[in-house]
Design a protein around this ligand. Structure first.
Ligand code: NAP
Length: 370
């Protein structure tokens, strides 16, 4: 398949979500600007996130109001776009294959589809059978359909031509989430412990690190860097179409993250906390078998966030790192450099600084963490 022309008219699903907010902002701010940027969102979101949506409009983003199951509305909307970016959340990923099928039969044609990935490589060989990992299910279904379409094999099924190409932005864990607690502070034990799958508690100066002594590498991508990689991919279709782009900001270890927290909280705590002179934190280790046990229990209970335990397990097993990765870059399957366009990637120190501020702000506002 010939590479598609550079994207100009971009429609975003899931635009006000956690990563969608960053991606939409980066696309809306891109310079030179894209010809048209729009979001497709529900009447509920328009009401619940009115200020957010108004701010997007003020930046020139068009807002299309429609439901995700309204095929006619989506078909009609697609007619004015060449590229679809899906940032849909896990809870709604089962809708994605329908959005892809509608894109494949759109006329004039949609040329590029970015399915909601922005996370763990669903084919990372670190687990015995990555295709059987529950959080990967809908991402794999979307990939299978996109790849059949791109190869022309899906012709009759989709009644479309093979001009729809795909790009997967694979990032591993978001740095901002990895350094945060994974539960609520103050509620110990069970699913709601602050460190149920690991994490860093600034207020109480304590950390729970993955596996062993926390020295295993973990590759992290910041949310602004994730959005930057999406914009780069939009600008460079020849290098990025029909590929999984593995991106990351920096590689570190849980111990190095702890050291960064200790260094940055030194001198900012109570006198008791400061006796060590370096803001030393209390540390626990969450061993892999214990994490697996918590994962099994979360699935048995049917926790809404059970997938959190699965991805934490995959990352703890090494599922975020690849040989040959370099800082702040995007790589294709063969390890070839793809995108780095005048951009300074996020750093461990910057992410830790942001998390300290976030937790202190929440503490002063009296909010719990999640
Ligand atoms: N790398 C990581 O560490 C990491 C962490 C979290 C997520 N991810 C990945 O990032 C992608 C996006 O996840 P996210 O956490 O950013 O998503 P999210 O904030 O949970 O949801 C994104 C958007 O999806 C739509 N949506 C979600 N639930 C819906 C529902 N029940 N009904 C209708 N619309 C719904 C909403 O769209 P509107 O904006 O239109 O309302 C929402 O803003 C996923 O593929 C996820 O696996 C990666």
């Amino acid at each position: 398949m010939e590479p598609p022309p550079p994207s100009q008219r971009i429609l975003i699903f899931g635009a006000t979500g956690k990563i969608g907010t960053y991606i939409t902002s980066a696309i809306a701010n891109a310079s030179p600007p894209f010809a048209r940027v729009a979001i497709y969102t529900s009447a509920n979101t328009i009401a619940a996130k009115a200020a957010h949506v108004e701010a997007l409009k003020a930046r020139g983003v068009d807002v299309v109001v429609g439901e995700l199951d309204d095929d006619d509305k989506i078909k009609e909307t697609y007619q004015d776009f060449d590229t679809i970016i899906s940032c849909l959340g896990r809870a709604i990923l089962s809708h994605q294959t329908r959005l892809i099928r509608l894109a494949a039969i759109s006329s004039p044609p949609i040329r590029r589809f970015f399915p909601s990935e922005y996370g763990t490589d669903v084919l990372h060989p670190v687990t015995p059978d990555p295709r059987a990992e529950p959080p990967h299910r809908y991402k794999l279904e979307a990939r299978a359909l996109l790849e059949r379409l791109a190869s022309g094999e899906a012709g009759a099924e989709a009644e479309g031509d093979a001009s729809l190409s795909y790009t997967y932005i694979v990032t591993g864990p978001y740095a901002e989430f990895y350094v945060a607690p994974t539960g609520q502070r103050g509620v110990e034990g069970g699913a709601m412990a602050w460190d149920r799958a690991g994490g860093f508690d600034v207020v109480n100066r304590r950390a729970t690190l993955g596996k062993g002594q926390g020295t295993d590498p973990i590759a992290l991508t910041t949310m602004p860097d994730t959005a930057h990689f999406v914009v780069c991919a939009l600008r460079h279709p020849a290098q990025t179409h029909n590929r999984a782009l593995r991106c990351h900001s920096f590689t570190t270890t849980p111990s190095a993250i702890l050291s960064a927290f200790e260094a940055q909280t030194s001198g900012r705590g109570t006198s008791e906390q400061e006796t060590s002179g370096r803001g030393t934190w209390a540390v626990k280790y969450l061993h892999l078998d214990e994490l697996c046990e918590r994962e099994r229990a979360a699935y048995a209970r049917g926790d809404a966030e059970k997938g959190l335990f699965s991805v934490r397990r995959i990352w703890t097993m090494g599922g975020s790192v690849y040989k040959g990765w370099k800082e702040g870059r995007g790589w294709d399957d063969s390890g070839e450099w793809v995108v780095r366009q005048g951009w300074t990637a996020g750093t461990l120190e910057g992410v830790v600084r942001g998390e300290i501020e976030r937790q202190m702000r929440e503490e002063s506002e009296g909010e719990g963490m999640v």
